[in-house]
Structure formats: C-alpha cells, structure tokens
Design a protein around this ligand. Structure first.
Ligand code: DX5
Ligand code: ZN
Length: 218
C-alpha cells in the first residue's frame, strides 16, 4: 500500500476550518484526519457531526474520523451520515468491540480500531476480519504536539506480522515528524497522521511540511 499522509485538523485554525481543509489537501495531503474528543474518554473536547457536515463540501478526499469518545456506539450513525468515510473507535472505549465494528460496516463505512499506547495488540486479535484500519496511538490521545513514544515502533512491527496478508491499513497518530516517520514506515505503517508537523509555519509551509515527511520515508 502506498504511503498516505493524513493531516490532523486539530492543529488547524478552527476559525477558518473549511479553508484550512482545502488548503492542506491542495498542499498534498491524502486523507483528512478528524479528531473527535468528548472530554470524558480523553481530557479535551473538539467537535462533533455538525462540523463534519460543514467541512464535507470543502474536500472530496477521504474523511478519516478518529473517535475519542465513550460510549461510541450511539454516535456512529451520525458520523456516517455527516460524511465520514472511515470511522475509527478506540478498543478502550467500547464494551463490545466486535459489535461496534459490525455497526460501522453496516453503515457502509470502513471500520477502524485505535489502540492507546498502553493497550496491547492482543486486544484486537479476534476482530481482525472486521477491520479495514488499525490506528496505533504513538502519544496518549487528547492533544496535538506531544512527544512521540518510541516503543510504538516495535508494536507496529508486531501488528504487521499479526495481520498477515489481510488488506488492513496501519495508521500512526501522534508525534509524527520527518524524524520519527521512517522507522514507522519500515515497521509496516502505511498511513501517517500529522498535526503540528504539517500545520507549523502557516499555509505557505504546508506543502513543504508534507513533502518533508514523505521524502524522509522514501
Ligand atoms: C491526538 C490526536 C492526533 C493529534 C496529532 O489525540 O489523535 O491526531 O492531532 O497531533 P501531532 O501530530 O501534533 O502529534
Ligand atoms: Zn487522531
């Protein structure tokens, strides 16, 4: 699978989010990463389905929705209808992971599961056939701009072995930079989320920032 960069709009200017989405995708982003936080599962609050609805006309790219909310099941339909293409739930935020993943696919969307840094990959061993994507957190979720946790590189390699030849994306989220990205890709990651590393320096730098991550990995 070819490397994809998913800019996280958590680091964008929230007062002009539509324009930010369109600018960062014009600058070479592949997927739009949407960080949804509830102030309960994670210690921060961001946005919900109405904001996704408002952003949808600003890009035709894949909307990659990372739900950091607990419970998640009651909101899956709203995020699907809002225009998300991939819906990722946290293994730690649902009591019945298999059911949550089935529900996402029943809504016609790609299903992802995310693992916090402290959650072992064995948590998803029995749902691999329900998955389109595994989102490996390389920081504790809740905020942009945190330092990368190096133990994640080995975890990615173990997950890559575990999924075998299943067509499942391995996506990394947190502290991704041109310095941390290459080892992750080598270990098997094919989608890199980046917030601060993409949005730093303002619009004029977005293309160079994205290109720098891509270049470091090739
Ligand atoms: C953290 C979010 C990330 C965050 C990454 O909870 O899930 O997507 O925006 O930000 P950076 O790339 O700055 O670590
Ligand atoms: Zn995220």
């Amino acid at each position: 699978m070819s490397l994809k960069i998913a800019p996280s709009i958590l680091s964008a200017d929230f007062a002009r989010l539509g324009q930010e989405v369109s600018d960062v995708m014009d600058a070479g982003g592949d997927w739009v990463h949407l960080d949804v936080m509830d102030g309960h599962f994670v210690p921060n609050i961001t946005f919900g389905p109405p904001v996704v609805v408002a952003l949808r006309p600003h890009s035709s790219a894949v909307f990659d929705c990372h739900l950091m909310i607990e419970p998640c099941d009651p909101y899956l339909e709203a995020f699907a209808k809002a225009g998300c293409d991939i819906i990722t739930v946290h293994a730690e935020a649902t009591k019945h992971l298999d059911r949550s993943l089935q529900a996402i696919r029943a809504l016609g969307k790609k299903a992802g599961v995310s693992l916090n840094p402290g959650t072992p990959e064995s948590a998803i061993e029995y749902v691999l056939d329900r998955l389109d994507l595994i989102l490996v957190m390389s920081v504790n979720p809740g905020f942009g701009g945190q330092a990368f946790i190096p133990a994640v590189v080995e975890k990615v390699a173990r997950i890559k072995r575990m999924i075998g030849n299943r067509p499942i994306h391995i996506e990394i989220d947190g502290g991704v930079t041109p310095e941390t990205a290459p080892a992750l890709v080598k270990a098997g990651a094919d989608v890199l989320v980046a917030g601060s590393a993409v949005f730093k320096g303002g619009k004029a730098e977005y293309a160079a920032n994205i290109a720098a991550i891509r270049k470091a990995c090739t």
